[in-house]
Design a protein around this ligand. Structure first.
Ligand SMILES: *Cc1c(COP(=O)(O)O)cnc(C)c1O
Length: 358
């Protein structure tokens, strides 16, 4: 039976992804050198279409690495001498914090209960923290932080580098890149692609910080440190042999989303999120985990379930609808639903229709 993935990632892929990979295969892109002119053109096209789609200023670097988790490690290694600061209200933010601890960077944090947001006005970032790490959309709990709150905080701490985990935010959430310093994502969530590529977006201040750490003899990592990544990106190349087909397909997907109109896609996602939250707010056994509307994610909808999640997931799967389990401690108690550009209003009506019968 035909299945559709409403999972939070990996999720459904765009229908043209098969053709794009096939096109890459036919055109021998699986075999070309990553030092060739042909690759440089692909690199340039993907960088420019991604910058156009997300409104990234020209002077930002785009680094292609392996995953969002790798982005976390590279960020800590290259931007932190002694101490990072993390907003933690879910498992992915915690992962970022833990990576900093594993790299012996003495992370500090503001923590709040999973499923809730922050009282930003009452959070004080220590002078000693060099970077502020924020998971804008916490995929494990379905909490999203309004971007204006991030900019207000940055305004209070203009000298600290602000790094955003935007994995399940982009391309839905529009960032003002001149008000943040770095952001990263992997392609198997909001970009409707198979997994295998992490994208790290950094401004010149991040490169300067990495340079200053390197100059003073700090360890900034080996093959994928920011200076090597930047030197190669200046030549439209990568440090190592990258996932060339994925870089190619990402460029084509960004270009397509630009031509469809990203604002239209954002409005449609918002409409579907409203439809889902209105429906689940009235459902008698499946309800949104995040109670306060300010903090509700439009791209990852997390639901508390009375009763057996496995049974519900099985029933949905029987009708070809695949959703995600709760994460970590929420496994067996929650269901998570992705709402990305790849999904349609029709898909959502169908999903909701099936929840009616539960
Ligand atoms: C999925 C996810 C990650 C990890 O992505 P990988 O590509 O598996 O490393 C990190 N942060 C958030 C918010 C995520 O949703």
């Amino acid at each position: 039976m035909d299945r559709i993935f409403f999972t939070v990632g990996p999720t459904e892929v765009f229908p043209e992804v098969g053709n794009l990979y096939n096109e890459a295969f036919e055109n021998k892109l699986f075999s070309i050198s990553h030092r060739s002119k042909e690759f440089e053109r692909i690199f340039q096209f993907t960088v420019s279409s991604l910058k156009e789609l997300l409104g990234i200023p020209e002077d930002f670097y785009i680094f292609f690495i392996s995953s969002a988790t790798e982005c976390m490690e590279r960020v800590i290694e290259n931007l932190v001498e002694k101490e990072s600061f993390h907003f933690v209200n879910g498992y992915f933010a915690k992962r970022f914090y833990n990576i900093s601890a594993q790299l012996k960077k003495n992370p500090k944090s503001a923590e709040t209960a999973f499923g809730t947001g922050y009282d930003f006005g009452n959070v004080f970032v220590p002078d000693s923290s060099e970077i502020v790490c924020i998971t804008q959309n916490e995929t494990s709990t379905g909490v999203a932080i309004p971007t204006d709150m991030i900019y207000t905080l940055k305004n209070r701490y203009p000298d600290k580098l602000f790094v955003i985990d935007a994995v399940t935010s982009v391309p839905y959430t529009k960032f003002k890149f001149d008000l943040i310093d770095a952001a990263f994502f992997s392609v198997q969530k909001g970009f409707g692609m198979p997994p295998g590529l992490g994208v790290l977006i950094v401004n010149r201040k991040c490169i300067a910080k990495a340079q200053s750490l390197a100059d003073r003899g700090f360890n900034t990592g080996s093959y994928n440190n920011f200076l090597k990544l930047a030197l190669n990106a200046d030549k439209s190349q990568t440090t190592i042999t990258p996932n060339i087909p994925a870089i190619y397909v990402l460029g084509k997907i960004c270009d397509r989303l630009c031509r469809t109109g990203i604002e239209t896609i954002r409005e449609e996602i918002k409409k579907r999120a409203n439809l889902a939250y209105n429906f689940f707010d009235k459902h008698n056994s499946v309800r949104p985990f995040v109670k306060e509307k300010t903090w509700r994610s439009d791209t990852t909808i997390v639901l508390d379930v009375d009763g057996d999640t496995e049974k519900i997931m099985y029933k949905l799967a029987y009708n070809g609808l695949i959703v995600s389990e709760g994460y970590g401690e929420f496994k067996g108690r929650q269901i998570r639903i992705g709402n990305f550009p790849v999904h349609s209003a029709q898909d959502y009506l169908n999903l909701i229709y099936n929840f009616r019968k539960i």
